[in-house]
Design a protein around this ligand. Structure first.
Ligand code: SAM
Length: 238
């Protein structure tokens, strides 16, 4: 298997092209390779964000909009802006939810003032950021004090039978299905990018360093999927 070596601007070009190529088949592949579990993971993140009527959310790296739509499903009174750099993905989000506000932008240069969102969700997106630290700091900048950040991301399970089974599935089965259904080697990228992505304790440390409190990581599917949650520290009014 080729190693995933893209970083910085090379990664940015590679990722944009890859998601533009697979946009039309992304939802179908998602359902198949996650065995339908992705819906449950998104629901769990949406509930953990505890959206109230009137809250303003940014769903960043929104892809075809499923996480944004799930937030609106559990709290129709909140507002959700769905943002992603790949316009082909955003077009599909709009086909699914014609009134969903969408914006083409990327995490490293968010075109929003400080503290303008009640919360930000990022579902299977941060692994793709070209500049992880820069992107995450931008995300935290746009959350209001006391606001929430919720991230779903893959990780490498460390040990045990389930971890071996999950490893085999991600390394072998997913790239095979990707080639078969999308006619593309894009799904080789998934295991490779999980391998080079920082482990959950390092992600949590970064989130704490950059001003989040109550940072937690919940493991799902034997540690293959991690739900990270945190809050931006409230303003000190003393
Ligand atoms: C695996 S998809 C996830 C899409 C969607 N959130 C979901 O759960 O199905 C990753 C998305 O991240 C987007 N992306 C890649 N680089 C990004 C960046 N630097 N900033 C924001 N989004 C980015 C891609 O365009 C792609 O739509």
């Amino acid at each position: 298997m080729t190693r995933f070596v893209h970083q910085g601007n090379n990664k940015r070009i590679f990722i944009r092209r890859m998601f533009a190529d697979i946009a039309g088949r992304y939802d179908l592949l998602n359902r198949i390779i996650s065995l339908g579990l992705d819906r449950r993971w998104r629901r769990r993140l949406a509930k953990a964000m505890a959206p109230d009527a009137g809250d303003r959310f940014l769903d960043l790296a929104c892809g075809t909009g499923d996480q944004a739509i799930e937030l609106l499903r559990i709290q129709p009174g909140c507002q959700v802006l769905a943002a992603d750099p790949v316009t082909g993905m955003l077009s599909i989000a709009r086909q699914k939810q014609p009134h969903l506000p969408v914006l083409a932008c990327e995490s490293e240069t968010l075109p929003f003032p400080d503290a303008c969102f009640s919360g930000v969700t990022i579902t299977f997106g941060i692994r793709n950021f070209s500049f992880l630290s820069l992107g995450l700091r931008e995300v935290i900048r746009v959350i209001e004090p006391g606001g929430r950040l919720g991230i779903l991301e893959f990780a490498r399970p460390s040990s045990g039978f389930l971890a071996s089974a999950a490893g085999w599935y991600v390394n072998t089965v997913i790239p095979f299905i990707g080639r078969l259904l999308a006619g593309s080697a894009a799904y080789n990228y998934l295991p490779e990018s999980i391998d080079v992505f920082p482990a959950p304790d390092r992600i949590m440390a970064k989130l704490k360093n950059w001003g989040l409190v109550d940072v937690r990581a919940r493991s799902m599917l034997a540690g293959l999927v991690i739900l990270y949650l945190g809050k931006k520290a409230p303003l000190n009014t003393d």
